[in-house]
Design a protein around this ligand. Structure first.
Ligand code: SF4
Ligand code: SF4
Length: 349
């Protein structure tokens, strides 16, 4: 593993260099106790110790609304629209990198999503070891406390003024050397990074699943037909879709078209959709495959706990805790649902 040590005073110079080539986005303190990724400028203060970005970073690869095609109805021509800015995300926590790694696989599967791929290829990810854990997070028990790939650099703060920076790609190494000579990390600095990881892991492990995440698919599948369980849990669901929209691993979208008043030109666009919304599974003729809130609620946990596992071999939940925060009915917590299923099955045995 190649690693360098970067000192706080070096970072501004690097950011200035990087900003000549990339739009840089960094974690910043937003309203109250919330944090959000925002474009970096000289005046922006980076929240190195943030616990969780309120909205998901998937917006950098799959924007909430995006034109994908423009067409001309006079000459029957159509052209794809691909907007892929060169962007650099500095300070991405490992659970969010894991979520991007999942999206990378899912969006490339079967019929590759060219808009997603173009944005992803133009984006550098500089990971950051968390220094705090959100009070809704449970990523340590979802296999998301560490990532081995999906980043160009991975930063760990090893003292108030220094970062241990692990190289993840040739481009990452080029970027870290852009503002002059830097120091190779010592064994002691590597050890400091390891200790920083163990420290945050101990904090994260205060909220966990009661069993190994590998067993979730079987457990949730056994509960599929337990209508009473799902109906009881979903009875206060507002079908607002907030849990979908903040989730870094949800990637469903709806495609629409609109034309100008004279029907000469038009565009096709897509925007985020969510399986918790009433119309998500509605088809022509008004039939709805999941007309009830409880069926949609159950589907979300099947999706996170089994269907994505069947495709990728890992859960479709990285334990970030965003849905837990966003749900006003306080019923969207996958850790609670999977733990309750576990308790119920355990008692049956
Ligand atoms: S289901 Fe909730 S906790 Fe899991 S990844 Fe999505 S937003 Fe995060
Ligand atoms: S579970 Fe919560 S956030 Fe999700 S749709 Fe229902 S009320 Fe909204």
């Amino acid at each position: 593993m190649i690693a360098y040590t970067i000192y706080l005073p070096q970072i501004k110079g690097l950011l200035r260099k990087w900003s000549q080539e990339f739009e840089i986005h960094v974690p910043t303190r937003a309203e109250g106790d919330f944090f959000e990724f925002r474009p970096w400028t000289q005046e922006v203060e980076i929240a190195w110790d943030y616990d969780l970005a309120y909205t998901t970073l998937k917006k950098f690869f799959l924007p909430p609304k995006e034109d994908i095609l423009c067409f001309n109805m006079k000459d029957y021509s159509a052209n794809p629209v691909i907007n892929a800015p060169r962007q650099l995300l500095l300070g991405v926590h490992p659970y969010d990198i894991k979520a991007v790694n999942q999206l990378d696989q899912l969006m490339d599967m079967d019929s590759p999503d060219v808009n997603y791929r173009a944005r992803r290829d133009n984006t550098l990810i500089f990971g950051l070891e968390p220094a705090n854990v959100a009070d809704t997070a449970f990523w340590s028990s979802m296999g998301a406390a560490r990532v081995d790939f999906g980043f160009d650099l991975y930063w760990t703060r090893i003292s108030p003024g220094a970062f241990f920076v692990q190289v993840g790609s040739a481009k990452g190494e080029e970027m870290i050397k852009l503002d002059g000579p830097i120091e190779k990390s010592s064994v002691a600095q590597k050890e400091a990074a390891r200790r920083a990881h163990l420290k945050i892991l101990a904090q994260a492990e205060k909220r966990t699943l009661k069993y190994d995440w590998n067993r979730v698919p079987d457990q949730v599948n056994k509960f599929f037909s337990n209508r009473t369980f799902w109906m009881e849990r979903a009875k206060t669901c507002l079908s607002c879709g907030s849990c979908n929209l903040v989730c870094p691993t949800c990637y469903c979208f709806d495609i629409q078209e609109e034309a100008d008043d004279l029907l000469k030109q038009g565009k096709r666009y897509r925007q985020w959709d969510g399986c918790m919304l009433t119309g998500f599974a509605e088809i022509a003729g008004g039939h709805n495959f999941r007309a009830s809130a409880w069926e949609r609620y159950r589907h979300r946990y099947m999706r996170k706990g089994k269907y994505i596992f069947d495709k990728l071999g890992e859960l479709g939940c990285v334990g970030c805790g965003r849905c837990v925060r966003a749900c006003t009915a306080r019923i969207a917590n996958p850790r609670e649902v999977y733990n309750d299923i576990w308790e119920a099955i355990k008692n049956e045995i």
